[in-house]
Write a protein that binds this ligand. Structure first.
Ligand SMILES: Cc1ncc(COP(=O)(O)O)c(C=O)c1O
Length: 482
């Protein structure tokens, strides 16, 4: 287009004429749309604006600034190569409205990514559409309903969840119109088979489980769980946020799961969408394929198509076919790592978590409720510190900020009192883990007031989080208006 403009005589003349007639927006805007008073926004020059935003960016914390061991919702390093390639014009400048024939390469990547996910999870087919793990859950639950209704089974309106489940599980199930039934875990921190058996009924649509669960414990009774769930006519849903613990070792498809979602940010090193442009693909067994969202990517001979020809599909879940640039990063990551690399990443994630767990338990400052053997994450309790010194998990999290460290997830899962949920990931070196361990041990011995009043050397001191949520001020207000 640019090239043709150079040779386009009339277009050049028109541009020249416009340049000579110096219109301002005020000349062309109807007076009814023009502001009559001076606009009340800060009057700043470019230098001030740049410096303001640059300073703000330095006050931020991200995975590039340090370890980010948020158990369950962890962030891990996003390899620069994946970021770089995804910005190539040949990818970044493509548009979802382009004709299929002009985006064959993109379609091929998505088609192959679906196959790779099938291989990793043991599922039969995938959709890449959902924009986050939680949207994947919601999609999976819509598929659950479509599946039961196709069997004229309209009574199944309950979803069973263990009390270790991630908050998005009950939220997604509620959004999909289901009633939630939460079941307590055993004293080992795993699914209680007897309670599950008693809870399953002709009303159960699905049992949602993550394995390893959010305590980091592998549900060894999974085969029996799959058997009794299926016997009750229900489906078994896999919250695959924790698949980074078992990749290359075990597949949810082999464990008997019918639907699986993956959080690409957790396992495949893409940035976390945080409600924004993330990705939470879902995989299903053959019996659910016909209900998957459209368009599906299909291949005939050497050509790829966006196929809408699925009359029983639940429809569209997300615009176009998902967040292509995020999917692309995951595709590159998988190819870079290879089969052995993915397996090794799980092994190191588990090793790192267990190394930290052991050092922290040995320090005798924190306790580890439930079973000792953990996978990629572990949950400590600081209930003893609370009883002895009045120091809570929140105080420890705030004090870590003074050490320049990002806190772990706190107060989740709910079954651990004063919980510190730590997931170091495979990205971190032993040296970084040791620094974090040292800080946690030191904080437990510090004088109470420095911990209770933390953070004391961050740009913002301890905020009133309840008020911040309840009275959120999200727009700029001038000083005069205050
Ligand atoms: C176990 C589990 N399930 C579901 C989710 C929700 O995923 P997302 O944040 O991508 O919506 C998370 C968060 O990462 C998680 O840890």
């Amino acid at each position: 287009m640019y090239r043709s403009a150079v040779y386009d005589e009339p277009l050049l003349n028109e541009l020249e004429e416009k340049r000579n007639n110096t219109y301002t927006p005020v000349d062309v805007l109807p007076s009814s749309l023009q502001r009559k008073e001076k606009i009340n926004i800060p009057d700043l020059d470019e230098t001030q604006v740049i410096r303001h935003f640059f300073r703000l960016s330095q006050m931020n914390f991200g995975i590039d600034s340090g370890m980010y061991p948020l158990g369950s919702c962890t962030m891990k390093y996003n390899p620069r190569l994946c970021e770089e390639i995804s910005r190539w014009d040949s990818f970044a400048m493509t548009h979802p409205y382009q004709d299929e024939s002009t985006i064959q390469g993109n379609l091929q990547i998505m088609y192959e990514l679906e196959q790779l996910f099938c291989e990793i999870t043991g599922m039969d087919c995938f959709t890449l559409q959902p924009a986050a793990g939680s949207q994947g859950e919601f999609t999976g639950l819509l598929l659950t309903r479509a599946y039961h209704e196709s069997h004229h089974d309209f009574e199944r309106n309950e979803i069973i969840l263990p009390d270790t489940s991630h908050g998005t599980n009950p939220a997604s199930a509620t959004m999909a119109g289901y009633k939630i039934i939460e079941i307590p875990s055993t004293k080992e921190g795993t699914v209680d088979l007897e309670i599950l058996k008693k809870t399953l009924s002709s009303k159960t649509a699905c049992f949602m489980l993550t394995n390893p669960n959010t305590l980091g414990i592998f549900e060894s009774g999974i085969e029996e769980i799959a058997k009794i769930v299926h016997k009750a006519g229900a489906l078994l849903y896999y919250d695959g946020a924790n698949i980074n613990a078992i990749m290359g070792k075990a597949k949810p498809g082999d464990m008997g799961f019918d639907i699986v979602h993956l959080n690409l940010h957790k396992t495949f090193s893409t940035p976390h969408g945080g409600g924004g442009p993330g990705a939470g693909p879902i995989g299903v067994k053959k019996k659910l394929e016909t209900f998957l969202p459209i368009p599906r990517i299909t291949k005939k001979k050497d050509t790829y198509y966006l196929n809408h020809d699925y009359p029983k599909s639940i429809g569209k879940i997300k615009a176009f076919y998902g967040n292509f640039s995020v999917l692309l990063k995951a595709y590159i990551y998988i190819l870079l790592m290879g089969r052995d690399g993915l397996k090794e990443s799980s092994e190191i994630a588990v090793l790192n978590a267990n190394y930290m767990k052991k050092k922290l338990i040995d320090s005798e400052k924190y306790d580890l409720p439930y079973k000792e053997l953990r996978k990629h994450e572990f949950v400590l309790s600081c209930e003893r510190l609370q009883k002895e010194k009045g120091i809570r998990a929140l105080d420890i999290a705030k004090r870590l900020l003074d050490y320049g460290l990002h806190p772990p997830t706190i107060y989740f899962p709910l079954i651990v009192k004063e919980a510190l949920m730590i997931e170091p990931t495979e990205s971190e070196s032993k040296r970084t883990l040791d620094e974090y361990i040292k800080a946690l041990i030191r904080i437990a011995d510090e004088d109470i007031s420095s911990v209770k009043n933390a953070p004391s050397n961050t740009p913002v001191r301890r905020v009133d989080e309840a008020s911040a949520i309840k009275k959120s001020l999200l727009t700029w207000t001038s000083l005069q208006e205050k």
